[in-house]
Ligand binder design. Structure first.
Ligand SMILES: [Zn+2]
Length: 377
């Protein structure tokens, strides 16, 4: 592990934590405005905070091509997904204002290149499918036809959805360092945490100093559990079942792309910037529908040399309560028949919660289930 001398934590991706925040330049209102989609706006905010280090702006054609082709930036640094902004036509000037959906100017982009791109090709490389029914592909197909690229400067950050949970990479790093942590495992989630995922995080935590529970609160599909409900679930779970001095809860401001394997790599790299030395990769990480094989998001890590990513992936199986073991277990650790395992399908759980019924305590902590029951009402 390459260590940051000051904090003793893992070094950011590419070595230096990027900071693209800055002063609002004079006359910014007179610049041509590029309106950003919500996905582009969350990327902009992550560029500002260094969550996407070493990127300093929206990717140019060389990096874009190289990422699609080989999951590496043009200089060879691992990188899994395009981070681009799309426009209808080439800007007239070499500096443009970046505006959110309401027209508010958030930052500027120094235009280095304007380039056409082939949506189907990007879909196939990044999402492994060109099917427009895939939510990430659908969003890509809806984009404008040209990418504009160059370094950005952000002078008005996006308002965090959960201010108490908004921590930039510099802030999580400072917090880990204050607590004396060196090895920290990051856990990405976009769902409430039930016993199975609680188990994974705790098994991982047994081997390191601290745990970052880092739920994604950017844009997700409309049928995912709303972020506010999930945040409440995380709070009651942590209050009741995790030692406060070993866990940091913070929101990950990214928009979900549903790119499965490549998104798992991208998520890991981002967490390295937040100071995580380890990253939990479960089955079907960042997947959607049946576009990806169960283990694709774990296997894709083999496409990198050992230590090339530096952050260490920790792969997990499905886990469950086993009555015969009398504990949480997985296929790796339990020799008993399926009948001994407490299993509930997602549909069954939603049905129970919708009827105001608590799932078995072996499946879900009652405090978490209560929050979900209230939300379903
Ligand atoms: Zn068992």
């Amino acid at each position: 592990m390459i260590v940051d001398i000051e904090t003793r934590l893992i070094a950011p991706h590419g070595g230096v934590l990027v900071d693209r925040t800055g002063e609002r330049p004079e006359g910014v209102e007179r610049l041509e405005r590029v309106p950003l989609s919500s996905r582009e706006l969350s990327d902009l905010d992550m560029l500002a905070s260094g969550a996407l280090s070493p990127l300093e702006g929206f990717m140019g054609p060389e990096d874009y091509e190289s990422v699609l082709e080989s999951m590496r930036l043009a200089d060879g640094t691992p990188w899994a997904l395009p981070v681009c902004v799309a426009v209808d036509e080439a800007p007239r000037d070499d500096l443009v204002a970046l505006a959110d959906e309401s027209g508010r100017i958030r930052g500027v982009l120094e235009v280095m290149a304007v380039s056409p791109y082939i949506k189907e090709r990007e879909a196939e490389a990044a999402f492994r499918t060109t099917d427009a029914a895939h939510p990430g592909v659908a969003r890509l197909y809806d984009q404008k036809d040209l990418y504009v690229s160059g370094p950005v400067t952000v002078f008005e950050r996006a308002e965090p959805a959960f201010p108490g949970l908004a921590k930039d990479p510099a802030e999580t790093r400072a917090e880990f360092a204050d607590r004396g942590w060196k090895r920290v495992v990051g856990f990405q989630t976009r769902n409430p945490i039930h016993r199975a995922h609680e188990y994974l995080t705790k098994v991982a935590l047994e081997t390191v100093d601290g745990l970052l529970i880092h739920p994604l609160v950017g844009e997700t599909k409309s049928d995912d559990v709303p972020a506010a409900t999930r945040v409440e679930c995380y709070r009651v779970l942590l209050d009741g079942y995790y030692p406060a001095d070993r866990v940091v809860l913070s929101a990950f401001p990214a928009a979900m792309r549903y790119a499965g394997p490549r998104e798992a790599i991208w998520h890991a790299i981002c967490r390295k910037n937040y100071g995580c030395s380890h990253f939990i990769v479960g089955r079907d990480h960042a997947g959607v529908g049946d576009y990806y094989g169960t283990y694709d998001a774990q296997l894709v890590f083999d496409e990198f040399e050992p230590h090339e990513l530096d952050i260490e992936p920790m792969f997990f199986e499905h886990s469950f309560w086993c009555r015969a073991c009398g504990s949480m277990a997985s296929a790796k650790t339990c020799p008993h028949d399926k009948e001994q395992h407490v299993f509930l399908s997602g549909t069954k759980v939603r049905e129970m919660l919708g009827n105001g019924e608590l799932p078995p305590v072996e499946f879900s902590r009652p405090e978490v289930a209560e929050v979900l029951i209230d939300a379903y009402r």
